[in-house]
Design a protein around this ligand. Structure first.
Ligand SMILES: NC(=O)c1ccc[n+]([C@@H]2O[C@H](COP(=O)([O-])OP(=O)(O)OC[C@H]3O[C@@H](n4cnc5c(N)ncnc54)[C@H](OP(=O)(O)O)[C@@H]3O)[C@@H](O)[C@H]2O)c1
Length: 271
């Protein structure tokens, strides 16, 4: 789908990756509805974007009816939604049995249930109008279950399966579905905050930038890409090995230091 002249709904818009996506998509000519909980930050971002007609709709995606209400309010504010970017997400690095059950429910609600319900609510209008695209912001963690990352890996992995199934179901329809999988993203966002706390990726695991992720979102729509992995090291072979030979894949991940990063974060948060 060409982006110029479309209307897009971006969740988690004021976050580290979201604000870079907002700038990129607005630059591509998308009129954006920026969504999140932080009205002041969303308003400031909205004012700073190129182009006209951008709007803010606040919502807490942890609330059960939020997804349905958000699509209705976004369309009432800006008109039919052609592009949905499910970017809002949280992480809960921690030793699994030490997490509260409510932490697990919350991450599933925000990272998985909300994107599924938003996608469900937006498809009928896209089919009626004969155009539309949905991008799920998954993660490199969606390919591999890293230590102390169970809810995050489970929800991000599920977004990949969701995207595959949607592409198969609507293969003969004029609407598209993509997943974008950032690695450790430098510059801003949740990994930026981990770095500020002293937790770093290493040369084997690699990194990406908020700009590369934002560019990948734009390209996944215009080129109808199924899955884009954003990372400056090749993660695709490790993901493939993990599927074909899970024991070997797990040893490679352990050796890479990926598990160690999150074990350290969990230990620090639990101390
Ligand atoms: N940063 C990375 O290294 C990295 C790597 C791989 C994947 N990702 C994925 O990229 C996406 C963006 O991450 P980020 O790094 O930009 O994180 P971030 O800076 O923490 O931003 C997260 C965004 O999600 C929104 N959000 C959180 N809880 C919400 C709720 N209950 N209701 C509505 N919105 C909510 C926040 O909006 P408000 O504060 O306004 O509510 C915020 O804008 C996430 O899905 C994340 O899993 C990030």
């Amino acid at each position: 789908m060409e982006l110029e002249g479309t209307t897009g709904l971006l969740t988690g818009a004021a976050g580290g990756l979201g604000s870079a996506m907002a700038r990129r998509l607005a630059g591509d000519g998308v009129r954006l509805v920026l969504s999140g909980r932080n009205e002041a930050a969303l308003g400031e971002l909205c004012e700073s974007l190129p182009g006209e007609g951008h709007a803010v709709v606040t919502t807490d995606l942890g609330e059960r009816d939020a997804a349905k209400l958000l699509i209705a309010e976004a369309e009432a504010t800006a008109g039919p939604i052609d592009l949905l970017v499910n970017n809002a997400g949280i992480e809960t690095a921690g030793t699994y049995h030490r997490l509260e059950a409510s932490d697990i429910e919350r991450i599933v609600d925000i990272n998985l249930l909300a994107p599924m319900l938003l996608t469900h609510a937006v498809i009928p209008g896209m089919l009626d109008r004969g155009r539309g695209h949905v991008v799920q912001i998954s993660s490199a963690a969606g390919f591999s279950g890293l230590a102390c990352n169970e809810p995050y890996a489970a929800t991000k992995g599920a977004l990949l399966r969701l995207t595959e199934a949607l592409r198969a179901t609507y293969a003969d329809q004029p609407i598209g579905f993509s997943a974008v999988c950032p690695g450790f993203t430098k510059g801003d966002g949740m990994y930026g905050r981990m770095e500020e706390e002293g937790h770093h990726s290493n040369v084997i695991l690699g990194t990406t930038t908020v700009q590369e992720v934002a560019d990948a979102v734009s390209r996944s729509v215009t080129d109808d890409l199924a899955v884009t992995i954003c990372n400056n090291r090749p993660l695709r072979p490790i993901a493939a090995i993990s599927v074909l030979a899970p024991g070997l894949g797990a040893r490679m991940l352990e050796t890479s230091g990926a598990n160690a990063v999150f074990r350290r974060i969990a230990a620090e948060r639990e101390s």
